[in-house]
Design a protein around this ligand. Sequence first.
Ligand code: 5GP
Ligand code: ZN
Length: 135
Amino acid sequence: MECIFCQIMAGQIPCDRVYADDQVLAFLDIAPITRGHTLVVPKRHWTDLASAPVETAAAMMAAVKKIAPAVLETTGATAFNVGINNGAAAGQIVMHVHFHLIPRRADDGLRSWPHQKYGPGEGAALARQIAATVG
Ligand code: 5GP
Ligand code: ZN
């Protein structure tokens, strides 16, 4: 078995577990962005959000909602980011879909992403294109 998260699921690699239910396991990221950075991972292997069934995505988000208050209370953080690095170009390294739950505080020094601007009509045209393409 090559997938490191599947090896964690199988108990072949230890993890610092914070939550488990029948579909999801959550454990601390080994190289946290902030203290308490938690990975919320489906027990079954799916590479990314596109391949995972909507029920799996829902179970992952339900776990995030359940865990987040406990992570905040325990770490003293006042906010959190939730995100998926979906695909290599987006920074996905472990090809087993997972949410990052990252506790945040106002003084943590982390910056948000830079923003761009649309030209006149560009955003509207792009939105129409995307809307027409949504399956
Ligand atoms: P990705 O870039 O794929 O979204 O994130 C993968 C995350 O998994 C990284 O933040 C990395 O620190 C974490 N990670 C990689 N290997 C292990 C491991 O063996 N155990 C734990 N707990 N986290 C890991
Ligand atoms: Zn896997």
